[in-house]
Design a protein around this ligand. Structure first.
Ligand SMILES: Cc1ncc(COP(=O)(O)O)c(C=O)c1O
Length: 400
């Protein structure tokens, strides 16, 4: 349905390069070196869906498959692990380049640091990454989840030894709860979004996501013309967009941010374009649980407002469509198991390419048979029951 799709464009001066020091290639290479010191590190695959691209009227579609990340089924651990690593390095009085996985898991480090408890709020993936990292480093994690969170996602976090619970709050209020509990008990807040006065850890989290972007950059056989990034608070999108913009300068690909219409805080912020961040409040009831965030990350927005071209707000059925196509691609393309949040941007593009009512968006985005499009499937089937209901039983059918 056309009315459910909205798109706003920022008039970027494309003759000028924009670059971001904290996401430059050299910095991100050193962050990837930190991740390489983890014994479970392996670059995740970049799927090339050439038959699917042809079927949809595009030149190429590349999909970074984060279901393979550290056995955790989502990209998020890259941020939590780097941020916790950086925090502990500071506590040890060591520069990051002297700290690696073996140092951080060692008994000497544990003894020197004593007990540290990390606290966070999460729809699932970030909390699992924080809990996993805390456990690796012999520390504790406390995790608050918004109401309606999937039981499987809670169980996965508890399985990492964290004290995790589902609250009756929405995501942004769960973040405030984590913050106040952290202050009360002296826990270290590891939140994947920034606000004024809380910027170091979210910056490290975004830098950690840089590892995913850098791997994709190195795996791509050709330069993409377009990158589509789904967003909750916009930390992931800011990190990837910032890295690619810094690498390509004024030749950067067209960058588009995709959000669920129930939680389109970046879309609203871009639409207003008045120097303020604009929030969505209430329940934000979307199947894209990882994207159900109403307050943009201040650092992510700072990057996106300089280098993102378009912001799309779209209905839930596009995520379901993305999951079905990625799980059953055309011709000889290999399948990608992608969850609701992971498939959002891909589904959005598939819908735009196949729904004649959206041809104006296709034109504004400049999508055609010459386009080489990069996506990040940021999670696998992190809610298996819902994955089956969508992919097998056709829940949330396409509206064409
Ligand atoms: C699978 C998945 N994709 C994308 C995102 C969006 O990341 P951000 O909140 O940084 O925009 C999330 C956030 O939790 C997620 O879990």
């Amino acid at each position: 349905m056309k009315e459910a799709f909205k798109m706003v464009s920022l008039q970027q001066d494309r003759t000028k390069a924009c670059s971001f020091d904290f996401l430059n290639r050299e910095t991100v290479e050193s962050i990837r070196d930190f991740h390489k010191s983890f014994p479970m590190y392996q670059p995740t695959p970049l799927a090339c869906l050439k038959d699917t691209a042809a079927e949809l009227g595009l030149g190429a579609m590349y999909v970074k498959d984060e279901s393979y990340r550290f056995g955790l089924n989502a990209f998020k651990v890259l941020g939590g692990s780097y941020a916790i690593g950086h925090y502990l390095a500071n506590r040890l009085g060591k520069p990051m380049k002297e700290v690696d996985f073996p140092t951080l898991v060692s008994d000497e480090t544990r003894k020197e640091l004593g007990d540290v408890t990390f606290v966070t709020a999460t729809d699932g993936n970030h909390g699992r990454g924080v809990a996993w990292t805390a456990r690796q480093f012999q520390q504790k994690a406390v995790v608050y989840m918004p109401k309606g969170s999937a039981a499987e996602r809670l169980a996965n976090i508890q399985a990492e030894g964290a004290d995790a619970s589902i609250t009756d709050l929405n995501y942004d209020d769960a973040v405030r709860l984590a913050n106040s509990q952290g202050e009360k008990y002296g826990w270290v807040m590891v939140q994947d979004t920034a606000w004024e006065g809380y910027e170091d850890i979210p910056t490290w989290i975004m830098q950690g996501y840089g590892t995913m972007g850098l791997e994709a950059y190195e795996q791509l056989p050709e330069k993409p013309t377009h990158i589509f990034l789904q967003a909750g608070v916009g930390s992931m999108a800011g990190a990837v967009a910032g890295l690619f913009a810094t690498i390509y300068g004024s030749e950067r690909p067209v960058i588009t941010i995709v959000e669920p219409d129930k939680a389109d805080c970046l879309y609203r912020t871009a639409e207003a374009n008045d120097g303020e961040r604009h929030f969505v409040t209430g329940d934000m009831n979307t199947i894209m649980a990882g994207l159900a965030c109403g307050e943009p990350c201040s650092i992510g927005w700072e990057v996106l407002k300089q280098c993102a071209d378009h912001f799309i707000s779209c209905p839930d059925y596009v995520a379901a469509e993305g999951m079905r196509i990625l799980g059953n691609p055309a011709g000889t393309d290999g399948k990608v198991i992608s969850g609701e949040s992971g498939a959002a941007a891909f589904g959005c593009v598939a819908e735009i390419m196949t729904n004649p009512e959206l041809s104006d968006l296709k034109e504004r985005l400049g999508l055609d048979e010459n386009s080489r499009v990069l996506f990040f499937s940021t999670e696998g089937d992190t809610d298996k029951e819902n994955y089956k209901a969508i992919v097998w039983d056709g829940k949330y059918p396409s509206v064409k």
